[in-house]
Structures are given as structure tokens and as C-alpha cells.
Design a protein around this ligand. Sequence first.
Ligand SMILES: [Cu+2]
Length: 201
Amino acid sequence: MGVLADTLNLARGVSWEEHIMVRDSIAQRIRLRAVGVILCGLVVLLVLPAVSGVPVLAGPHTVVVTLVAGETPADGGFNFNGYGHGGMTVTVPLGWTVVVQFQNASALPHSAMIAPSAAAQSGAPTATPVFAGGATKDLSTGLAQGTKATFSFVADKPGTYAIVCAVPGHAAAGMWDKLTVSATAKAPSVVPATATHLKSE
Ligand SMILES: [Cu+2]
């Protein structure tokens, strides 16, 4: 603008008063446009997050747990990932989705379900998992050797539960471990750390 516009306008014979008026109105339009852009930016920053209601995700919220029935001869083969009698504890944060990738490595049929802790330790797991979807099919007959089955559930109730085989007699023989749903844990974990592979998504 400035000097070049001034020179052109004056060269075209526009009067000095007209020239000043045109220049001022252009400057005003530029100022108004700048104010408009700033206001639009403020609306996007302040109003949109409140309207959309989309929560800010703090991190992953699904954990994939590998669960191998009868992986080793430990506890007479009545174990998951080599651990029976509550020897393995998987901890997941409250509200996370848990995907269990079950497979049966043993010659005996086995199943898996999330049961109340007391039921497992008494050797009489219930027929209904604690969390909807928290069990393999064919709970009491079990799945044959080599069978793979995936099930998933939302860990929506805090507490300590049991991961059990629901084939009659197997939990009593030691085929149970622990699942803790924690309101304070920020990430899934397993004890012992080498017991299973946890993958967060
Ligand atoms: Cu079993």
C-alpha cells in the first residue's frame, strides 16, 4: 500500500482528500478483518471442545492378554502360562477392555473364565463370568488341545477376581490365577513379569 498506492492515486489525479478517504477506509477494512479472524479463533478454541464433549484420552485403553492352558507340567498341568493356585496376578486399570487370547497347549480339555475369587478357591466356579463376555465357550467340557479362542470384556468393576478353568475338578487341582481390576493403576501389569505377554492398544 503506502508509498506506491499514494503515488499511483496522486498520479491518476485523485484529489488529496479522496486519496486520504480511500486510504482510511482500506485501513479500517484491514483492521476489521483482523478482529474477525481473532474472534473466530477464540470461538474455535473456547466453544468447540465444550460442544463436542469428546474426552481427552489419557492413553491406551485395551490390553491383550495371552493365556495358555497347561503350558507347562506345573501343578500337574493344571495351570495357565505355567502358573496355578493363584501364582499369577494380572492387573488392569478400571474401565479398560481386556482381550484374552486363550489357547490350550495340554492334552486335557480346558476352558477359561473370570469368576469371583472365592468361587475359584473353593473349587466350584460359577457358570456365569463376573464380566459379560468374560469366558470361553464350552466352559464345563473345555476346548480340545490346540484350540485357540479369543474373548473380551470391559473391566468395569474394581476388585480381585479369579481366572479359572471351569472344567469340573480343574480349579480344585490348582487351575486358577488372579485378575485385579484397579481404580488406581495407570497401566496393565502382570506378576511375575514374565508370566504372560501384555500388549496395550
Ligand atoms: Cu482345565
